[in-house]
Design a binder for this molecule. Structure first.
Ligand code: SF4
Ligand code: MSK
Length: 625
């Protein structure tokens, strides 16, 4: 690709990315796109999922010549086991994030920290009541202690079903009971997947996949849902606010700090520290005009949703942000952080700081954040960044563009408020066909695609068809850069969506948070289903992750399908070596759950597929087209 003069345009649809790719080449920096080229073509056995490394009689690779592994396992069993473990990685990632939120909440409830507080007391009381905890006449922290215990129970072995299943339509829960996929404790389901996929256990691909559904449901309806609800309680429930996106949010004359990862426990403290007068003075003494904080990926989404902190970029922009030469320090928690960031940082003056013992990076400085020292550690990190500013070479700085305005903060609570306190106006708009349906457009970037091209074009096509888009994760930055996250974007929407969003003053693409916050979309789907009196699978809803890459994204897709939401992916997971697993994903699940996966790399064709599905569901409900 190096000789092609249009190579940068093929890598990313964005001007800021293309300029930074040119700079990377000038500065001699290797990026994710270069490494993809080095890794291509990928191993066909791995790609189709038929390489097994589960025991040392192998590794075994399934082919026409050798259709069985040493133990006798065939392609279906091997693919199911590999995919089950892949999904377990995603469920564990989200849910362990959820557990960290419970531990923070527990520390606050027991007075073990002064650095964290309860910001949304009303939400705490509401959720406690929902989970059957007495609130009348009790101290807030007493209720919080009970709620922390209640949430810890959701991770254990004794629960027959996780607590938030009370949000589900009854008919749907009955179907899950019939199928044997009612999720029990989160840790139990993940551990059981590891057990089942040990050599000599579950050797029936369909049965392994059934457990995969159960495990992913435990993530969606418990691990992730708890993470979202507790983050709101601790840091505030998001409400609509303005923010900005792209590399233009970096400031040439300020100390630039980027927060990256997923959990707001670190980034919220960094935000407080950068606003402290003493540290701002220190930055001025170092020659900067101030300290600027911006986000990347989902930690960025968390801060943007609640605090309006600007977003520098999504997954494929993380290396490119450093290549601006303007970033003093990048502080990370966990998930989706490329190890290459340390090396790219070393080519400039950028320091990488890790904060969690479970996510350390060789070459980065480690500043461990714990409940009792969050503020002190945050100040330390900001001082390190100020120190780095004195090493910046201004001649190497290039901030490639002006930022783009967006509107963020659409939690379900905020959406309900915008609707006047009830879902009825939304239901009426759906029934009348003004909003024909809704799609959760979620997930990542993947250098195998032109960066953000599918994310943006699918969003555009859907809103044209009067389909409301709910964006989370890295899609958000894409939609924001494309001008779709502002109320003025209704001009690009179909007439019905334009009328409804216009009257509410909201964009046709609503930012609902980070990838853990897909739990908000699940909850909204359940609220709508209960309001109409049907199952989620009866609703004109879909989900899509056009440019997905991570285990977590596959887990989200699986819990969406298991919850009755038809889910489009730009490319399949590594399952195509198994007819049983592939047919189950594309067709079989539809019979069981009223939803299945669809694979389509072209965003325009994907929009048509989703549209057809929405038409079918509307017809099923007797709604007009
Ligand atoms: Fe090979 Fe079976 Fe061992 Fe897998 S479990 S590596 S297929 S012998
Ligand atoms: S950060 S999982 S690249 S959305 Fe949540 Fe983005 Fe996907 Fe990571």
């Amino acid at each position: 690709m190096k000789e092609d003069p249009k190579r940068f345009e093929k890598m990313s649809m964005w001007d800021d990315a293309q300029k930074m790719l040119q700079k990377a080449e000038r500065d001699g920096i290797e990026t994710v796109w270069d490494r993809l080229e080095q890794q291509t073509p990928h191993c066909k056995f791995g790609e189709s999922g038929v390489c097994c490394r589960i025991c040392t009689m192998g590794p075994c690779r399934i082919s026409k010549k050798a259709p069985l592994g040493v133990c006798g396992a065939g392609a279906d069993v091997i693919v199911a086991r590999n995919f089950g473990r892949f999904l377990a990685g995603g469920a564990a990632g989200h849910s362990d994030h959820g557990r960290d939120c419970i531990e923070a909440f527990h520390a606050v409830a027991h007075g073990h920290t002064k650095d964290y507080q309860i910001k949304d007391e009303q939400k705490l009381l509401r959720i406690a009541e929902e989970r059957g905890i007495a609130i009348e006449g009790r101290e807030l922290l007493e209720v919080a202690r009970d709620l922390a215990d209640e949430f810890f129970e959701d991770f254990g072995s004794r629960r027959e079903k996780v607590g938030f299943l009370s949000r589900l339509p009854v008919k749907q829960l009955e179907n899950w009971e019939k199928l044997g996929i009612v999720p029990r404790g989160v840790d139990r389901e993940v551990t059981e997947m590891m057990h089942r996929t040990h050599m000599g256990c579950d050797n029936d691909a369909g049965n392994t996949m059934l457990h995969a559904l159960r495990m992913c449901l435990a993530d969606g309806w418990s691990g992730s849902m708890i993470a979202t609800e507790l983050s709101d309680i601790l840091f505030g429930t998001p409400s609509p606010r303005k923010a900005q996106v792209n590399l233009g949010v970096l400031k040439e004359d300020q100390v630039n700090i980027l927060v990256h990862g997923h959990n707001p426990i670190v980034s919220e403290k960094i935000l407080e520290a950068v606003n402290e007068e003493e540290l701002i003075d220190l930055a001025r003494k170092a020659g900067a005009s101030g300290v600027n904080l911006a986000g990347l990926c989902c930690t960025g989404n968390e801060l943007m949703m609640r605090q309006g902190i600007p977003m520098a970029g999504n997954h494929l922009m993380t290396e490119l942000a450093i290549i601006t030469g303007a970033v003093e320090l990048i502080v990370v928690d966990y998930q989706c952080i490329m190890p290459s960031l340390v090396q790219v940082g070393n080519c400039y003056h950028t320091k990488m700081v890790t904060t969690a013992d479970k996510a350390r990076f060789t070459g980065a400085d480690h500043v461990k954040f714990e409940m009792h020292n969050g503020m002190e550690q945050a100040r330390k990190v900001v001082r390190m960044a100020i120190d780095r500013y004195t090493m910046r070479n201004q001649d190497r700085v290039e901030i490639p563009c002006e930022p783009v305005d967006i509107m963020t903060g659409f939690s379900n609570e905020a959406l309900l408020e915008a609707l006047g306190g009830s879902l009825s106006p939304l239901v009426d708009a759906i029934k009348a066909g003004k909003i024909r349906g809704a799609v959760g457009l979620v997930g990542c970037n993947n250098p195998k695609y032109k960066h953000d091209f599918c994310n943006v074009n699918l969003a555009r096509e859907l809103i044209k068809k009067d389909i409301l888009v709910l964006a989370t994760g890295c899609v958000t930055t894409a939609a924001g850069k494309a001008g779709l996250l502002v109320p003025e974007a209704i001009e690009q929407a179909g007439p019905g969506l334009k009328e409804i969003c216009g009257s509410l003053g909201i964009p046709p693409v609503l930012h609902m948070g980070s990838c853990v916050d897909n739990a908000r979309i699940l909850q909204l789907a359940a609220l709508l289903a209960n309001e109409i009196g049907v199952s989620i699978s009866d609703l004109p809803l879909a989900a899509s992750s056009p440019e997905w890459y991570s285990e977590k994204a596959a887990t989200i897709g699986t819990y969406a399908v298991a919850s009755g939401i038809y889910t489009h992916l730009g490319h399949p997971p590594n399952i195509t070596g198994s007819p049983v697993v592939t047919n189950l994903a594309l067709e079989g699940l539809d019979e069981m759950l009223g939803a299945c996966f669809a694979i389509e790399p072209d965003p325009f064709k994907a929009a048509e597929l989703i549209d057809e599905r929405i038409k079918m569901k509307r017809k099923g409900l007797g709604l007009p087209e």
